[in-house]
Every structure is written in C-alpha cells, then in structure tokens.
Write a protein that binds this ligand. Sequence first.
Ligand code: ARG
Length: 486
Amino acid sequence: MQDETSTSEGRGDAATAGNTALWGGRFEGHPTAFLQRYGASLPVDKRMWAEDIAGSKAHARMLAKVGVISQEDADAIRAGLDAVAADIKAGTFSFDVNDEDIHMSVERALTERIGAAGGRLHTGRSRNDQVALDDRLVARNLAARLHADAMALRKELITRATDDFGVVMPGYTHMQKAQPVLFSHHMLAYYWMFTRDCARLRDAYEAADECPLGSAALAGTTYPLDRRMTAEELGFPTVTPNSLDAVSDRDFFCDLLYACAMAQMHLSRLCEELILWSTDEFGFVTMDDTYSTGSSIMPQKKNPDFAELTRGKTGRVYGDLMGMLTMLKGLPLAYDKDLQEDKECVYDAVDTLSDTLRVATGMIATMHVHADRMRAGSHGGFMAATDLADYLVGKGLPFRKAHEVVGHIVLACEKQGRTLQSLSTDELRQFSDLFDDTAADAMNIDAIVARRNTEGGTGHDAVRAQLERARADYARDAAWDPVTIE
Ligand code: ARG
C-alpha cells in the first residue's frame, strides 16, 4: 500500500521533519525517514480508525466518570474524536508521515483540534492495551462480516438444493464412480461445511470478546479506572483477567485466521469440483459467462477462471495463518514490536475470503446444471453393483458371498463392454439362481437413490428431511446478532 508514509525520502539518511514523536522528550536523535517507514504500521492500521476512535471515546467517558479528567475535557475529547472520524470518513484527513500508527495519528489530530484536553486522553492507557483493544474490535467486526458472507453462500446452496431436487448424479470415491446420489445431497454437503465455518467464526468472535483496556503498558495502572464501564460501553461482556496476557494475546486473531483458512479450503474444494464438472469429459455444469473468461488465441475456450483463482488464493490464506503463528511463537511477555505484524495477515486473509465467498455465491447461483449429463453419468461405472449384492442378501445370501457373485458379473460385463442394466434375468441367473425378474428394480438408478433413507443419506425422503434441518439451522445462525463498531 502506497501513501505518504511510504513515498518520502526513500532509503536516504535524511532525518524526519523533526522530533515530533509522542515520546520526543527522552530523545536527542531519531530514526531516519527510511527507518521511520520501516517501523510504521500506519499504512496498514489506518483501516482501524473507526475502532480506534470508538475505544478512545469510551476511555474518555470512563476517565471523566471516575474523576481522572473533567467532564468538560471528556466532552471536548469526544466531540473532537467525532470530528476526526468525520474527516477520515470524508477522505479529507491527511495522515502525517511522522505518525507511526493510527493511534498516534488520531491523537495528534485530536490535540491539534482541541488543544490541551487532547493530551489528557492517553491517561491510564498505553498503546499496548490500545492496540490490543483495537485488534479485538477489528476481529469482532471481521468475524461478523465473514459470517454474513458465508450465510449468503449457505442460502444459495439451500436454494440450489431445493430448485434442483430430484437430479441424480454419480457419487465418487477415489474419483471412481461409486454410487448415485442426489445433486441436492452434494450441494448440501457443502452447506454443512460452511455451517461449521460460521460456527468457527462465531468462536473467533467470542475469543476476541473481552476488553483489555486498563491493562496499560503491561502491569495495569495506578488510576482508578472502571474497566467494566469501558467494556460495557464497547459491548464487551467482560474484561481480560491478566494485564500481561491482555497486551500480548493475539489468540483471537489466530482463531479468526484458522476459521479463514478452513473456509477458504472448503471453497477451494467446491471450486475444484466445479472446474472438473465444467470439463467436456464431465459436462455436469456450465459456468455462467459472467464467471468465465476466454482465451486470447483459442476462440472456443471458456475457462472457469474464478473457480481456479479461488483454489489458487487458498495458499496465501493458509500462509496468513502460518505467518501469524510463527510471528507469535518466540515472543516473551508482554508487548513486543513483532506484534505489529499481526494486522497485515488478518486483513489479507479476511479480504480474500470475503471476496471469495461472494464469488462462490454468484457462481453457485448462476451455474447451469445439466441434469441429463449427470443422469447419463450415473448409468456407467457399474454403480448398481452394491444394490445388486444387497438384492442377493435379501434372497438369503451372506453379504461376502453376494459381493463375490456381483464381482464376477462386473468382470464379465467389463470384458464384454456391457452395463449391469443391460443383463437379462437369464444372463444374471448364470451367476446365481437367486436372481429373478425383480432384479431389474434393484439396478434402477432412481430406486437405488431413493432407497438410501438412513438419516443423513441420499434418499429423497432423507434429503427432504436434511433440507428441513438445513433451513432451521440457517434461521438459527441468521439470528446471531454480534456487536460491531460501525
Ligand atoms: N503500532 C503498534 C502495533 O501495531 C501499536 C503499539 C505500539 N506499542 C509500542 N509500545 N510500541 O502493535
């Protein structure tokens, strides 16, 4: 990201405009412009301005309530912060190259605006608990946003499963044809993955849902802060129990990144199938033109680029999780500057996943399903074999023996280039005299599907029940009402 903090004097040794840092009192020298840029997080954490300002407003109100600052100062601070927020929102705020991070930018702008009172805001607070707070507010916001994105995809999967109910397709294991299943069942399999992703996102939200403010630099503070009040103001149900832990904990970001990695992995698997299904060999679906691109040389090409990109971006989202875990692994208590690296991977993973969820929702909504090709595919591959064996079991043969008999039938068919369904009763009787005219029904593709009505199975009745459960479950998750900072 390029902005005024990264375009100044390059790698030269030129000093910054002056020693204007908030800790200026103790220093005679200061980092060069290059080092300043290296040490800054502003290009990334300027995105946290709304969370930062909300935290400061709550802190100011609490400081006045416990008598650490006057009510007039608190009012001036809160009004000043609102004005800064309005500037940033309007795009008229100019971020100063000398500011290391969003916390300093906001405080500097506030003090420029309201004078001495601005300098009282940071009483009883450190950037260490301030950034821990902002990170938690960000984590809650991002978890809520991703939850909404995943809900939209879940809704679309339910719609597809409902609209295309009855379409039969081959089910695979080892990518070899196994048993026919309902296309709705296949769509719902993904529905449950994204349902679990939503649960993980809510867990990540919960992990962030304690207020660290009042931990100060690492040890708490001598001011009589009312931590519960600040927490309540920001919608936290409780406060963190240990100041050292509070300023060094980024577990909630790890939880969020893990939830992102899992959801992205699910999207990648879904897209892998969409890519496969849109090949000429499968022909199960055609991606809508909106979600396809052509070739600059081959006029016939229609490539599932967006599905491929989804698969491709997965590595980076995993990398974001690994980056965070590795950054944390050697850190002693309490705050270490390494922690500043926490935000980039979070924003990258969340932005990527959020976009990808939107892409997937659109792809699922617009793809053209070729029921005829799916049905045709369900006739090949001897997918009735299990049911033919079950048929013999029904006639009294032990399953192991039945398995062997049908194995011989499949081998014979394969040698003669025949399908199971093409065999007459007489031909079947050459393998076992238990076969009679009802064997044809055992091999009927629709009947094979319809029979699998164990709860969670692919039978029509079972899938109808599953759809009901999915809808109820969707309604429950849609009622989740997280607190977010606008
Ligand atoms: N920019 C810092 C971060 O993102 C804020 C906290 C800095 N604290 C400190 N003591 N240097 O982590």
